[in-house]
Design a binder for this molecule. Sequence first.
Ligand code: PMP
Length: 423
Amino acid sequence: MLFERARQVFPGGVNSPARALKHLPSSLVARAASGPYLYTDRGRLVDYCMAFGAIILGHAHPRVKRAVEEQLERGWIYALLTEQEVEFAEAIRRHMPSVEKMRIVNTGTEATMNAIRLARGYTKRDVIIKFDGNFHGSHDYVLVKAGSGAATWGIPTSAGVPQDVVKLTVVAPYNDVDAFLKAVKEVGDRLAAVIAEPVAGNYGLIIPDAEFLKALREETKRVGALLIFDEVITGFRLGLGGAQGRFGIRPDLTTLGKAVGGGFPIGIFGGRAEVMDLVAPSGPVYNAGTYNAHPVSVAAGLAVLKELETGEPFRTADEAAERLAKGIEDIAGRLGFDVVVKKIASMFQFYFKKGDVKTPQDVRESNEKMYLKLHEIALRHGVYLTPSQFEVNFTSAAHTREVVEETLAALEKAFQQLKTEIG
Ligand code: PMP
């Protein structure tokens, strides 16, 4: 069996923890993907993980494929400036005006690591504030009370991060203005930056109050620290302007990734020109990368942006999430489950619990076992929900009405079966 072989060569049998399913004996094996579907060792599945948000147009979108193929014809790496990357950056800046200048790297992890380093270089201060359950990639500055796979596997604070680094990362509760103000006060004049997911997509889905985001903006400005919005998930998913456009908040620095690379490796950090000009070679904050602004990722990203600019992909993806959220609420309600569904744009997640979900604590109070049980049953009915309570379901432009109907019919059966199984 492939997973057995995989276990001999990879820790836990996988190359990223979120790919291992803690409620199943083996991970899924992918063979192909197209539109809303994944083709796996368990047959065809409607995909709601969408590579953890990296895909917004649907798998193997023809326009992205063509752009990549055209790039391959011209060679795929030069380690020189290209016209396409300038065009790409200009388009990003047009849609997200706070990103006056940027650097294109390869992953969201690199983007947040460099944004934090830059904030420290700019402010000449050391301490950052991050939020409980937010996830900013897998580097030392941010693997403290992190979400995503780190939460799923019960290792929010990674071993191997030096205590001296942990001390510089102060963790505050998410979506709690008073606690945030208290944390800022405690850190005092050592605060370099506050980094936040403006909509949290790594601890389930947590949509913060507008006042919380406003407090982040006002307070960082007041104390001379930078505000970093980590829009690796939300950028070019909550509309062309990201979460910052939707909530009308202008951060100093922004990180992007996932959707903006069309499924190819990408990360971007950018923001105020005066701050970005500190990045080498124009300034003393070092960043470099053999694969930075990789031509294949840039070609894919440009193709994605051109498609998103028509507005159509957002309409389809958002409508799909809306219908699924309503449908799940309806099915669960009819069958007597206490379920809370959260949704914004093309992101949704549901929780087996009473009341609302507005903080990581609310997520912790939901019944994770029931989620995983339902996940397992849904798989048998051809639906691949996001594989953890601490992740988010994503829709794409390929999730048409028919696909959504097919999914809801499958979920109806899955919830019924769950009811039977739990007696
Ligand atoms: N920031 C956020 C908000 C993310 O969701 C992720 C990935 N899930 C990252 C950063 C890290 O991105 P990457 O996996 O590309 O390193």
